[in-house]
Design a protein around this ligand. Structure first.
Ligand code: NAD
Length: 353
């Protein structure tokens, strides 16, 4: 075995940064633990063709910190961490590489749980899981959580209803114009729920088959991808790409509420203030899309279905509190959510002390 693990100096505020290299399999990976204040760190493994180690370092640190916030807000008893494998997800994958990765995870003795992320599949993580019990998001088995998308969609749906109560005075979505951008794993499931709740659906995607399904099965109005910000709507549900809300699109948006699954919806943090100033409520992506990690957490904790149901209801409850605070303090929801995370972490640190 040729696996070597090297502890690098983590940035201030981070707990651990480990470089894993295994020349025999070609593994080059970084594992970052941002915080274990609330429990062992959890977050997926991204495989990406980073040009340099420094690019991978920057990404894994940013993503690990984000997982601390997401896991804290979802009340999972888990901290934040992430891992990245340097390589081409189409060309460089082998079972040996993921088994070496699994041995690296195992060497951290349960301080970090890994799962799927961009560029890794359940089959890859299953290879890692042959070497460690700390690789989750598996299909099958007693606690295997499988595809997280239905849970993500359910969490977004529940938060969207809470948002509607605050913005329109009622959770009732009958006749509300909701634009779903992206009809993939999460977006299609969300669209089905919205249709069942009586919403007037508007959809867009670059995949014609998905659009046809939504038009035929859900009575959705189809628009072209470049027409999103020229379209009249009550609620915007971005479920495709990151950075859709930027300095150009933010001022054009007609929705009064934004609630969708896509990660990193704001091109930069200043967009949150600009939306707030226009009276648009933005529900932070990492709060409302936590259904996926809730599903994985159920596997980590070997919990029954009640665990996932309660945690999903919990994020909707937290969104309710966040919107109430935003209204009382006339501050944007991104700031309020960040304050709520700080309060949760501070109270955990007090309990440890
Ligand atoms: P997916 O790949 O299944 O779906 C994405 C959809 O967006 C596809 O149908 C694609 O054709 C469409 N799309 C791509 N470019 C587009 C464009 N320019 N305009 C309109 N549509 C476009 O992904 P997913 O699993 O449904 O995830 C959607 C988003 O939610 C991603 O940002 C993902 O990171 C995030 N997310 C997903 C989960 C989960 O459980 N799957 C959890 C948390 C966050």
């Amino acid at each position: 075995m040729t696996l070597t693990l090297t502890d690098e100096t983590p940035p201030k505020g981070f707990e651990r940064l480990v470089r894993a290299e295994d020349p025999a399999s070609g593994l080059r990976a970084l594992i970052c633990i941002h915080s274990t204040a609330l429990g062992p760190a959890a977050g997926g493994c991204r495989m990406w063709n980073y040009a340099r180690w420094d690019d991978a370092r920057h990404d894994v640190q940013r993503l690990a910190e984000g997982m601390t916030y997401k896991n804290a807000m979802a009340d999972l008893g888990l901290g934040g961490g992430k891992s990245v494998i340097l390589g081409d997800a189409k060309r460089d994958k082998t079972p040996e590489l993921f088994r070496a990765f699994g041995r690296a995870i195992n060497a951290l003795n349960g301080s970090y749980y890994t799962a799927e992320d961009v560029g890794t599949s359940p089959a890859d993580i299953a290879q890692a899981a042959t070497e460690t019990p700390y690789a989750v998001g598996l299909e099958g088995g007693q606690y295997g959580s499988g595809d997280p998308s239905p849970f993500t969609a359910e969490g977004v749906f529940q938060c969207l209803r809470v948002g509607a109560k605050h913005v329109f005075g009622s959770e009732d979505l009958t006749g509300r114009q909701v634009l779903v951008q992206g009809l993939g794993h999460v977006g299609m499931s969300l669209a089905e729920k919205l249709h069942a709740a009586g919403a007037a659906l508007i959809v867009t995607d670059i995949d014609q088959a998905a659009l046809d399904r939504a038009a035929r099965g859900l009575g959705a109005t189809v628009i072209a991808p470049d027409q999103v910000f020229a379209t009249q709507m009550d609620i915007f549900a971005p479920c495709a790409l990151g950075a859709v809300l930027n300095d150009t699109t933010g001022p054009q948006l007609t929705a009064k509420l934004i609630c969708g699954a896509a990660n990193n919806q704001l091109a930069h943090p200043g967009i949150a203030g600009a939306l707030h100033a226009r009276g648009i409520r933005y529900l932070p992506d990492y709060v409302v899309n936590a259904g996926g990690i809730i599903s994985v957490a159920g596997e980590i904790h070997k919990a029954g279905p009640g665990y996932r149901r309660d945690r999903l209801a919990g994020i909707a409850g937290r969104v309710d509190a966040m919107l109430t605070r935003a209204e009382q303090e006339d501050r944007n929801t991104t700031e309020i959510a960040a304050d709520m995370v700080k309060e949760i972490l501070a109270s955990a640190n007090r309990n440890v002390a």
